[in-house]
Design a protein around this ligand. Structure first.
Ligand SMILES: Nc1nc2c(ncn2[C@@H]2O[C@H](COP(=O)(O)OP(=O)(O)OP(=O)(O)O)[C@@H](O)[C@H]2O)c(=O)[nH]1
Ligand SMILES: [Mg+2]
Length: 342
């Protein structure tokens, strides 16, 4: 029988072993953390105070733009400059199937031999608190192990793209020529979260056109009409004010432009560090996490303290349109409060 105490013990033990450099313990710990297991929660509680120093860089953008190839190149360059690093890749397919992951694995084989590199692929499905929360937790583990740089690659679809801003200090938006990029990125609201924009596959002739399209889109979103230049100012969000979003070109396939990209990533970090950006981001991330845990706990409390039958009755009354969902939720909350005080 697995008791609460033995789980807590296992979580704490795995956390200490991982901190001490035990790779097997780390792998097991990451699985527990990813799946939201109680052992993982205990370990995270232990590790959390140790974290907060890693520079987390999120890579997002259209499917097939070359994010994985680029992350691999950036990882090599970061290593060449002397930093240990972790790569967290959120893959849309299951962890044990799917060509994309296999491809990523092959590409990462050289890096994987390096003891200064940690690689974790995680499925985008099957996380009780959502993929963003699971990603954040995995990042926290690496951060707590004193890994100074964490590269996060997200799936190229839907909401998960924008979520990358919730875990990252620096968001790199990766696009490729000829993908209807302008429309795609605008639709997904990605321009607003990008700190660095990369046109990958610059070896292709249409790359220049894409750079122009992105420049136009970017300045339209950010500047009064008539702005020209190779980069544009991001005037918004506290803490990131004063940062000029560079639009860079890379060819991840043959390693072109990677040095400039890593320079830009470092420059963004310095920019955040020089002002209050780093603190502002940490406060924003902390708030998002706190809010999401409050929601989960509150929902859990309703499950625990309010009869399933009462919940179902409320649901049916909403389905029959006898009651609107907001009023029904409010009544459930009142029932919860009554049950808590009795
Ligand atoms: N020509 C060219 N092809 C590239 C470049 N970078 C990546 N590719 C190719 O583009 C394809 C997709 O690359 P990935 O790195 O898997 O792209 P991704 O954005 O990670 O894809 P998803 O994770 O599936 O969204 C692969 O066949 C790569 O070899 C590049 O700079 N130039
Ligand atoms: Mg990929």
């Amino acid at each position: 029988v697995v008791t609460r105490r033995s789980r807590a013990l296992e979580g704490a033990t795995l956390a200490s072993q991982a901190v001490a450099g035990d790779r097997r313990a780390l792998a097991r710990l990451l699985s527990l953390v990813e799946n939201g297991a109680p052992e993982g929660r205990v370990a995270l509680a232990r590790l959390f105070p140790r974290a907060g120093r890693a520079h987390v860089i999120g890579f997002t953008g259209s499917t097939g733009a070359g994010k994985s190839t680029l992350v691999n190149r950036v990882a090599s360059e970061v290593r060449r400059r002397g930093d240990a690093l972790a790569v967290v890749a959120v893959d849309p397919s299951s962890p044990f199937s799917g060509g994309a992951l296999l491809g990523d694995r092959l590409r990462m084989r050289d890096l994987a031999q390096d003891p200064g590199v940690f690689i974790r692929s995680m499925a985008s499905r099957g996380h009780p608190g959502g993929v963003a929360a699971a990603t954040r937790d995995v990042v926290t583990v690496f951060d707590a192990l004193d890994v100074p740089v964490v590269l996060v690659e997200t799936v190229g679809a839907g909401q998960a793209q924008v979520d990358v801003a919730q875990v990252s200090h620096t968001v790199v938006l990766v696009e490729a020529p000829g993908m209807g990029d302008e429309i795609q990125v605008l639709k997904a609201g990605l321009m607003e979260v990008a700190d660095i924009i990369v046109v990958n596959k610059a070896d292709r002739p249409e790359a220049q056109q894409t750079v122009h399209a992105l420049l136009a889109a970017h300045s339209r979103g950010r500047q009064p009409a008539g702005h020209h230049g190779s980069a544009s100012q991001r005037p918004d969000a506290a803490g990131t004010a004063g940062w000029t979003v560079p639009i860079l070109q890379t060819s991840a396939l043959d390693g072109e432009g990677i040095t400039a990209l890593v320079d830009a990533i470092s420059a963004h970090r310095e920019h955040l560090r020089a002002g209050d950006g780093w603190q502002v981001l940490h406060r924003r991330h902390a708030r998002a996490e706190l809010e999401s845990w409050l929601q989960r706990y509150l929902r859990g409390l309703v499950d625990e303290k309010v009869d399933a039958g009462v919940f179902d009755a409320a649901l049916s009354s909403v389905v029959r349109r006898e009651q609107d969902p907001a009023s029904a939720a409010h009544e459930l909350l009142e029932t919860l409060i009554e049950n808590l005080s009795s």
